[in-house]
Design a protein around this ligand. Structure first.
Ligand code: NAP
Length: 333
């Protein structure tokens, strides 16, 4: 047995409910491997889960964190086939939370190599948000020359979605509030002010009858007003009423599933679902995306590095995250 330290949410609510716990970690079995985590992002999903409002909410006692960068400590037959050796830098997204720990034991199929040219802290800002943006665009399935609305374009997921969509030859309309206007325009998108009551109609007009798809984290029915009659509405999240976030998210997901085959189709983008059910696609996607970051083809978020022994500060920083920045927890050497 190896020991590790993990950030466990012992009760829902504010940061006082987070505890750093020293515990035993079981040895890898079969094709599993052990990874010593060096960096892990902490974002809006971790804050939501800490408060108890996440759609895939674990029970109290869970470890936060969906993605990580680390060093492969043990090998298995699968890690060898995938070309990864002990000592290599690796990154991954977990199908359920648990990355805020100094070590983890996981299937080797969750791992992608981190290119030499990519700094570990920068790489750690990316896996979950990049895969979310990439998968949402897959579900949107808009051909080059088409148009897309990216809601929350200055957030981590939105900024990657805008960059990837533009690389695919799409015209991008990106929503944010006026305080984020400069950041949105720096991405090269057409800025949409979501506080303008007429924003959806303006997008419909400017896109010549409606966008071909929308990537949206609000669930607001207003999105339908911006969408073309044949358009696809991809949900990455649903904003719920305070105190009812989880129930409202579940209702939103069910309603979207019912509209999967509608004329204006709706799709739910779930990265945990992707990682669980399409493991090879996920791993190839993450490998490609990390390569694009290393090659400078995508602009990463700026890093707000906070040591693991100040994980409470990391939660507070994520709650007030500035546009274009991502909180990354750094593990002790
Ligand atoms: N489906 C998945 O597997 C998955 C994975 C990861 C994340 N997510 C979800 O993806 C969403 C985006 O996450 P994130 O961390 O990138 O960003 P975020 O911090 O949740 O959102 C920030 C962005 O949303 C904008 N925004 C706020 N209110 C808005 C509204 N009413 N309409 C349109 N835009 C609005 C903000 O603009 P201003 O700052 O100007 O207000 C900013 O651009 C989150 O809901 C997260 O939970 C889903």
């Amino acid at each position: 047995m190896q020991s590790r330290t993990a950030a466990r949410v012992t009760s829902f609510g504010d940061t006082d409910g987070v505890a750093l716990v020293d515990e035993e970690m079981r040895a890898p079995r079969g094709t599993e491997v052990a990874v010593r985590i060096t960096h892990a992002s902490l974002g809006s999903t971790d804050v939501l889960a800490r408060r108890g409002g996440y759609v895939f909410q674990p029970l109290p006692g869970f470890v936060t964190g969906y993605d990580f960068v680390g060093v492969l400590e043990t090998e298995s037959a699968v890690s060898a086939v995938l070309g990864m050796r002990a000592g290599d830098r690796v990154a991954g997204v977990l199908p359920r939370m648990g990355a805020h720990a100094t070590s983890i034991v996981i299937p080797a199929t969750l791992l992608a190599p981190v290119p030499d040219a990519l700094d570990s802290a920068v790489a750690a800002t990316a896996p979950l948000d990049l895969i979310t943006a990439w998968h949402a665009l897959q579900l949107a399935a808009v051909d080059a020359g088409g148009s897309i609305l990216v809601q929350g374009v200055t957030g981590p997921v939105g900024s990657y979605a805008a960059q990837l969509a533009q690389r695919d030859g799409l015209t991008v309309f990106g929503s944010a509030s006026t305080r984020s206007r400069a950041a949105a325009e720096a991405l090269g998108v057409t800025f949409v002010d979501y506080t303008d009551p007429l924003w959806a109609a303006r997008v419909k007009n400017a896109s010549g009858g409606g966008v071909d798809a929308a990537i949206d984290h609000t669930g607001s029915q207003e999105v339908l007003g911006a969408l073309a009659p044949h358009g696809t509405w991809v949900h990455t999240a649903f904003v719920g009423r305070p105190g009812h976030e989880r129930a409202d998210s579940l209702l939103g997901s069910l309603s979207s599933a019912a509209h999967r085959w509608g004329v204006q189709r709706q799709r739910v983008c779930s990265v945990p679902g992707l990682v669980l059910t399409r493991r090879d696609d996920y791993r190839r996607g993450l490998t490609t995306l990390l390569g694009m970051l290393a090659a400078g083809e995508l602009t990463p978020l700026a890093v707000d590095a906070i040591p693991f022994d100040r994980v409470w500060d990391a939660h507070r920083a994520a709650e007030r995250a500035e546009r274009g920045r991502k909180v990354v927890v750094t593990m002790p050497e």
